[in-house]
Write a protein that binds this ligand. Sequence first.
Ligand code: VG1
Ligand code: CO
Length: 542
Amino acid sequence: MIETIATKPFNDQKPGTSGLRKSVPHFRQANYAENFIQAIFDAADSHDGETLVIGGDGRFYNREVIQTAIRMAAGNGYGRVVVGRGGILSTPAASNLIRIRKAAGGIILSASHNPGGPKGDFGIKYNVANGGPAPEKITSAIFERTRTMSQYRIWSGDAPSLAEFGETKLGDMVVEVIDPVADYAALMEKLFDFGQIRDLIASRFTLRFDAMHAVTGPYAKEILENRLGAPLGTVINGEPLEDFGGGHPDPNAVHAATLINQLMAPNGPDFGAASDGDGDRNLIVGKGIVVSPSDSLAVLAANAHLAPAYKDGIAGIARSMPTSQAADRVAAKRGIGMYETPTGWKFFGTLLDAGKVTICGEESAGTGSDHVREKDGLWAVLLWLNILAVRRESVQAILESHWAEFGRNYYQRHDYEEVDAKAAEGLMGSLHDRLASMAGQRFGTLVVSEADDFSYKDPVDGSVATGQGVRIVFSGGSRIVYRLSGTGTKGATLRVYIERYEPDRTRHDIAPEQALTELIDTASAIGEIGKRTGRTAPDVIT
Ligand code: VG1
Ligand code: CO
């Protein structure tokens, strides 16, 4: 029986960069998740008899919300829910399923790289029929709807157990429990030359993949160990755990330090990689070298033609604004399109759908292609492996020859976490106030050539996004970008992105912190970071 339950609106359900993210205790307030899910269904187009994909990264509270979402889908007229066994689906696997099942959309339960557990974070994200994150038009409609929510519809009986494969009925709706890995693994096998990668792995090449006790464990074991023949134990921390083993499933220098240390050891593996909570981010580490995500995007774009799926070349590249301009140099040299979008994967969807770009990436360790409409951690790992299998060079050698050909964009991102929200807004506000008078100002040897607040007009659908980050560009092309995170759940996170281009190939082996010293100091001075936040150093440098 379908029940209509009365509820009261919450005033804080505005989706951020990637869905609605709050702490678990916040999400556990009565009707909090139900209100947001009803708002998604109300904002989505008609869904009578349509298919909905549901899955999550396995974090604490996942199962409860999945049960609720399934019962609410039945209460709202969906014809079928496709759900991963145990409620598990990585974000890219969910995107793929939406596409191949011609679903009306999907609900992904994840707070991605944020920590999990009873006191950790939880999140709900809606993806549309192309498999990608809902565009701003829809996330705004969802938010508007949450402000007046007065009732939601739900099937009164229990949802089926998700432990077994197969179909059951909930009222008129079919609930289909599927293997979360199979379709995704088949897609990867279509894109890449598994035979060649298998040969590489069977040679003396050694690799390690850190799943960080998050969702990619079962995917990586099936693909790397079962299908590509990597020895058992190649995938470490491969059991998804509700609290990610107490860790922080963010593949960066701080949280993936153990993996990085292994790769820095002289007798360590040749290749290391890690992914985040929901499997859409990737970290690539070669023996003795951590690949910066912006460089990874550029190298993948420059070498994609070595993998079967991209053998005819790529149509174009898109990157988020704060991502380094390394990829732009590849696009310019190859004569293909280059697009600069606001932060967040939702801005790549129209470009991918229109065939303007094939590869997209963000400095936050997200890379992907037109095979799905999300960033994809294991895809990036496999494309790297395919390139290594063809070139038979080390990761370090590939990077060095890339820099020699295109020049090197030295790059760092500095995060100041849990900053007082008022202080962070004050800092951004003060930057805005000074933007108009910034051009021509001198800081040490640096002279500002332009300064603005990034806004973007989508070249396909004409939609406009404003207030996407303050950019300060210096003569010579160096840049400092400031923006506030849209995924944090405590206070504000200030992100400062610093970049300098070095064409001289005799100067490509400087440590980034050294190559960027003057810009780093200038970023603190212009942002008045110490004075306004009380911080003397960033919490995380990536
Ligand atoms: C961060 C990253 C952004 C990424 C987003 C979602 O957003 O900077 O590049 O798209 O997380 O990634 P923000 O607003 O905190 O800077 V994920 O892996 O959480 O889906
Ligand atoms: Co993620």
